[in-house]
Design a protein around this ligand. Structure first.
Ligand SMILES: Nc1ncnc2c1ncn2[C@@H]1O[C@H](COP(=O)(O)OP(=O)(O)OP(=O)(O)O)[C@@H](O)[C@H]1O
Ligand SMILES: [Mg+2]
Length: 205
């Protein structure tokens, strides 16, 4: 079946995004829809190259403007090469992070101006907005302790305070646009969260 629907998952590191996306993709497939799963930064060959620059812990000197623009550059490629074509084919697209992550990390986390982030991202994405966004909420310490990577990347190396600002930023964004966001308690079990996600999505299918 065809269904052009753009779903995003947001939340700090270790909040359970990848876990829930894998389960949701299986659910959507079982319901008879084509699903495209992707993630940011990355998702395309160009994006993977940008990701390696963005997350390289050796680039501690990276200016915050550079960071904002690299995320937007990655997103431009992601939308043009992968997301738009998949939606145009009638696929359901699930993206692990999207513009809201740039607002949460670069604005609420770094203090970069919101209008700058909105402007470059609006242009980079040709105005494409998600239909529904799931926010997985976990306490910062829990999320970071769940993070599986042995060596923290450039963003994961940031302080607890930084990640706590990011988390609060996500919740502020969700509160401002309740029609798009579904806020889920990420401390519940994997299956319980999946049920909440599926129930919220059903009306869109
Ligand atoms: N609801 C849950 N309860 C307990 N553990 C969970 C839950 N969801 C995920 N986990 C575990 O926590 C770890 C991080 O989960 P996951 O990789 O899905 O998070 P993520 O949000 O994708 O993180 P990242 O931003 O680092 O990619 C994994 O080991 C996963 O198995
Ligand atoms: Mg993940």
């Amino acid at each position: 079946m065809k269904k052009s629907l753009f779903i995003t998952f947001e939340g700090i590191e270790g909040s359970g995004k990848s876990t829930q996306i894998a389960l949701l993709a299986e659910y959507i497939k079982a319901r008879g829809y084509e699903v495209t799963v992707t993630c940011e930064p990355g998702g395309t060959t160009v994006g993977e190259a940008i990701r390696r620059i963005l997350l390289n812990p050796e680039f501690a000197e990276m200016d915050y403007h550079t960071e904002v623009l690299l995320y937007a550059a990655d997103r431009a490629q992601h939308v043009a090469e992968l997301i738009m074509p998949a939606l145009n084919k009638g696929n359901i697209v699930i993206s692990d992070r999207y513009i809201d992550s740039s607002i949460a990390y670069q604005h609420f986390g770094r203090g970069m101006p919101l209008d700058l982030i909105m402007d470059v991202n609006d242009r980079a994405t040709q105005g494409l907005k998600p239909n529904i966004t799931f926010l997985l909420v976990v306490p910062t310490e829990l999320g970071l302790s769940r993070a599986t990577q042995v060596k923290a990347d450039r963003i994961e190396q940031e302080s607890i305070e930084f990640h706590t600002r990011v988390e609060a930023g996500f919740q502020e964004l969700a509160a401002k646009e309740p029609g798009r966001w579904l806020v889920v308690d990420g401390t519940r079990s994997v299956d319980e969260i999946h049920q909440v996600v599926v129930e919220a999505l059903e009306p869109f299918l």
